[in-house]
Design a protein around this ligand. Structure first.
Ligand code: CA
Length: 205
């Protein structure tokens, strides 16, 4: 009976020792560094705190959420392609030589509105195949679009004077500043019939 008791005591002591030993060793082994986080949309991992640093316009644990802009700003307009002729005729048929070429001007409208949100200075006697950067005609050289989800029209004119009949629409294209999942491109292309324009854009939130 005594030996059984001794054996039991020994067994308990051994168990306690093993437990202490096991706990001791678990404590002594440092956990492996584990920052398994992956950041989307150009976010970068800060491994010291295992956190995604998100670029402007994105939020969420892995930068997976786009923040829609409240205002989009057009800061540049380039005409890449335009209709070289007016259905086969020169744009300015009463003039001579290079003056017959079109005199490019762009207006930007909220789709359906008659009043332009902004316009550009004119580029006289444009030559097809050349890219023209038009100067936006405001003191800060930009056009504000206050509804990023709306459709805007970019209309190209041949400008021969300030009166209505001295300005003819050459072509146009449509532009929606923000569409979910589309990101925030700094340059967007607007297409229309015989029309390719590039817009430089900034996003405000
Ligand atoms: Ca002309």
């Amino acid at each position: 009976m005594k030996s059984v008791l001794m054996f039991t005591k020994l067994a308990i002591m051994l168990s306690v020792t093993m437990l202490v030993f096991t706990q001791c060793c678990d404590d002594e082994v440092p956990p492996p560094p584990s920052c398994e986080i992956e950041c989307q949309n150009g976010g970068t991992v800060d491994t010291t705190v295992c956190y995604c640093e998100c670029p402007e316009g994105y939020e969420g644990d892995s930068c997976e959420v786009e923040i829609p802009p409240s205002i989009v700003k057009i800061t540049g307009i380039r005409i890449i392609e335009f209709p070289e002729t007016n259905s086969g005729d020169p744009w300015d048929p009463t003039l001579e030589g290079n003056d017959r070429r079109p005199d490019l001007q762009v207006d930007v409208y909220l789709f359906g509105d008659d009043e332009a949100l902004g316009t550009t200075l004119t580029r006289d006697n444009a030559l097809a195949g050349v890219t023209y950067s038009l100067t936006i005609n405001t003191s800060d050289n930009c056009i504000f679009l206050s509804d990023a989800f709306a459709t805007f029209r970019v209309i190209l004119y041949d400008f021969d004077g300030p009166l209505a009949h001295q300005r003819r629409q050459m072509t146009s294209g449509e532009y929606i500043p923000y569409q979910e999942g589309g990101g925030f491109p700094e340059t967007v292309t607007v297409n229309g019939p015989n029309f390719v324009a590039e817009l430089d854009v900034e996003y405000l939130r």
